[in-house]
Design a protein around this ligand. Sequence first.
Ligand code: AMP
Length: 237
Amino acid sequence: MLPLVLATCLIAFENPAAPPPPGAVILLGAPGAGKGTQAEQLVKRYGIPSISSGDILRDQVKRGTDLGRLADPIMRAGQLVPDKVLNPMIEERLSRPDCARGLVLDGYPRTVAQAQALDAMLQKKGLPARVFLLEVPREALFKRLTGRRTCPVCKRNYNIYFVPPKKEGVCDDDGAALVQRPDDREEVIRERLATFEKQTQPVIEYYSRQRRLIALNGDQAPEKVFEDLVAKLPPTR
Ligand code: AMP
């Protein structure tokens, strides 16, 4: 986690002209909808940290912590890690100083209980929240996820269909062998998409009922999605 915090601080430090942060930006969308890509752009533009519940959990799994050992089989099966485990972890992350003025949430909340817990956490911090839904048709999601490959060294992302490396299976930048996330295998993807439809759809309804949901067309070039997203953020002073 420390390198992530440092990297975020450096981004903010390197970009003193960054516009004032827009509060909490919550990105909702199915796996593969492009939440991570949009989060990266928000980090660059506003110098705020991006908090990805999936990345935090993967880090715990890699380090073999108690939480990681609990989460690993659940993630491999494409199911959701229990709220009672995840909510305190997110609350702790939100309490760190780098989140004081704004943050991006990618992959959280995914259940109504998480959305309610998050509302309470942000209220306590006095941070306003904007909720975006990235809408992408199911067939496009499937191709994005089955084609996704990552460089384990520099973390650069590829897609064998849309953004292939110059040489098959090898990172253009450092020559490392590209890897596929264990939960990006076809059978797990089906389960993840089903889990999204079953458990996260109510979250979309939760925000929609409160008229807080801003839907974006996620089935366009990432730069265009970002343009649409920024246009819906409140003007910063
Ligand atoms: P992601 O990288 O966001 O697709 O997350 C990968 C996996 O981590 C998911 O399939 C879940 O098993 C777990 N996970 C991530 N975020 C959450 C969340 N908010 N609630 C429960 N489980 C989560």
